[in-house]
Design a protein around this ligand. Structure first.
Ligand code: GTP
Length: 305
């Protein structure tokens, strides 16, 4: 199609600044997987927005933190790669928090000539007058960090407030190009990683503060049965210590059962059939430093330490 545009937009920001919620809002649905595209060099791609005149690929990046482990280093280098090879970068700055050193650190990593958007997220959490003050602070931040050409957009991903406008403004900065992915899918995240994420999400939901930070999920086996009615998944929940294993399993296995049942429901929503999910809990000491396990989790490039 003539004048069709396609390109990449990176979403960056400190942890908990609303990046994932914004991706879902922009894509317009909690991302549903319909296709599996391995071999992407731009791991992790989250959302593909298909419109009549453009295809926008939104790359969600893990929250930045000072790396202490191989995983941390890998995540950060992914963030850097993402920042430099995109047509636009969105830096999420939550409306209900002061701008801090973490935001500055990330803003300083933005190099190259992509268009920068400073997106003030979660604006539904503050009053209009507080928002005015926050926008002025963001403006000062932009000037201080040499980002005076950045667009400043307040949004609420929760209420879909200004998200359509954000898309419109972003699409202007996509280059002319044919679609880069099939136009009938809205994510290319490997199905396996998505299921692992849903199981991890269920564990967080069930255990809340008790949950050790270092919990990770791998999928051992998965597949549809021949009758096309049941989807089998065998997963492992990795923790670092024996004591954490007990927490996850719970009295008489009650916690693990609850985690399994919650995860099963969300996976069933995705695959549209009954899911038979088995979760094993395993103590994988120092999994964050284990390159083999990291590769299994989708961090496939060479580790930098
Ligand atoms: N009220 C409100 N809450 C929001 C909005 N966007 C995100 N949140 C909440 O903020 C929290 C963090 O949102 P996420 O989207 O997970 O943030 P993130 O930046 O992806 O977090 P990391 O994965 O840790 O980097 C969640 O509890 C969201 O529900 C919003 O527009 N309004």
């Amino acid at each position: 199609m003539e004048n069709f545009k396609a390109g990449f937009v990176a979403i960056v920001g400190r942890p908990n600044t609303g990046k994932s919620t914004l991706v879902n809002a922009l894509v317009g649905t909690k991302i549903v997987i319909t296709s599996h595209h391995p071999n992407t060099t731009r791991n992790p791609i989250r959302g593909i927005i298909n419109r009549e005149k453009y295809q926008m690929i939104v790359v969600d990046t893990p929250g930045m933190h000072k790396p202490k482990t191989a995983l941390g280093t890998r995540l950060n280098s992914m963030v850097n790669e993402n920042m430099q090879s995109n047509d636009a970068v969105l830096l999420c700055l939550p409306a209900d928090e002061e701008i801090g050193a973490g935001d500055e650190y990330i803003a300083k990593q933005i190099k190259g000539n992509q268009k920068v958007f400073l997106v003030v997220t979660k604006v539904d959490k503050i009053s209009k007058s507080d928002l005015a003050v926050r926008l002025m602070a963001v403006n000062e931040f932009a000037l201080r960090l040499n980002l005076q050409d950045a667009e400043i957009i307040p949004v609420s991903a929760k209420n879909l407030d200004q998200t359509e406008l954000l898309l419109e403004l972003l699409s202007v900065h996509l280059p002319e190009s044919p679609a880069l992915y099939p136009t009938d899918i809205n994510t290319d995240q490997a199905q396996e990683l998505m299921f692992a994420d849903l199981i991890r999400e269920a564990a967080i939901e069930e255990l809340y503060e008790e949950l050790p930070h270092s919990v990770m999920v791998t999928i051992e086996e998965m597949g549809e049965r021949d009758d096309g009615k049941i989807f089998d998944i065998s997963a492992t929940l990795h923790v670092e210590r024996d004591s954490q294993k007990g927490i996850i399993i719970g009295p008489q296995g009650s916690k693990l059962k609850a985690i399994g049942s919650l995860a099963r429901k969300s996976i069933e929503n995705l695959v549209g059939m009954q899911v038979f999910l088995q979760i094993h809990v395993k103590v994988s000491k120092e999994w964050q430093k284990d390159p083999k396990l990291l590769a299994k989790l989708g961090f496939t490039d060479a580790l930098s330490d």
